[in-house]
Design a protein around this ligand. Structure first.
Ligand SMILES: [Zn+2]
Length: 251
């Protein structure tokens, strides 16, 4: 019966949680020496992060965890994600370690390139990874309400939104979005051709845009700036290289 199935799943999820909580004590000791809970054998693939695991982590440990996930991705040694088990383990609650603000580009899916699973990260995506009131509100929810320890802004190379801003492209509602990137175009110091045809300039603007978005988050969100000041979270920029697959952290 349907209800019976749900009960069984709930029981399985509880069982998983209990065994994870037991492991969490080991995780705390592991984390204290700089270890990464996601990397524990047998734990990572089938389970979402538990509250105990997430709460035991510092912002720097979350950064280390994401860096190691990206290393696994680049090496082609991703975790064997059991998404159905992760779904069951996280259905009754979520304890993501980070919120990631990244571009909509189809080649830059944050969870995949950081080898994260269901329940591990909040993800906000918008062309050109800019911040506006709604995105700031989303980041505030993720960190202040739901307990994420890291707000990561992630740009990427060869970004079409950056190219559009450089070119002054105009199209419907996109025009207003690109206007938010234009200050980064103007602020980018660059010796060479300042056009969208020049990949080096496009990537330099993308880097400026990430740094400006990080500063805008601090400037326009007292909630997030306060959490960062108190050492509860970090707000960090990063850049994903489409060629090679490395995520460079500006931290
Ligand atoms: Zn993009």
């Amino acid at each position: 019966m349907h209800r019976h199935d749900e009960t069984c799943y709930a029981g399985a999820a509880d069982g998983t949680r209990r065994s994870l909580l037991k492991s969490a004590m080991g995780v705390a000791a592991f984390a204290a020496v700089g270890g990464v809970p996601w990397l524990l054998p047998g734990l990572a693939q089938a389970a979402a992060l538990t509250k105990a695991q997430r709460d035991a982590m510092t912002p720097d440990q979350v950064i280390a965890m994401l860096k190691e996930g990206n290393e696994r991705f680049r090496a082609g040694k991703m975790q064997g994600h059991d998404y159905l088990a992760q779904k069951r383990a996280s259905a009754s609650g979520q304890y993501p370690a980070a919120v990631i603000l990244s571009c909509i580009d189809s080649r830059a899916p944050a969870e995949i390139i950081l080898d994260a699973g269901i329940g591990d990260t909040f993800n906000a995506r918008v062309a050109g990874n800019i911040a506006n009131d709604d995105l700031l509100g989303s980041l505030e929810f993720a960190c202040a309400v739901a307990g994420a320890k890291l707000a990561l802004v992630m740009g990427h190379t060869a970004c079409g939104a950056i190219k559009g801003a450089i070119d002054g492209a105009k199209l419907g509602n996109l025009t207003g979005l690109l206007d938010k990137i234009k200050p980064a175009v103007a602020a980018t110091q660059f010796n060479g051709e300042r056009t969208s045809k020049n990949g080096a300039f496009v990537d330099a603007v993308a880097a400026t845009n990430v740094r400006q978005t990080v500063e805008e988050i601090r400037r326009r969100s007292d909630v997030l700036a306060g959490l960062e000041k108190d050492g509860k979270i970090k707000i960090v920029g990063s850049m994903y290289q489409l060629v090679g697959g490395k995520v460079e952290f500006y931290a």
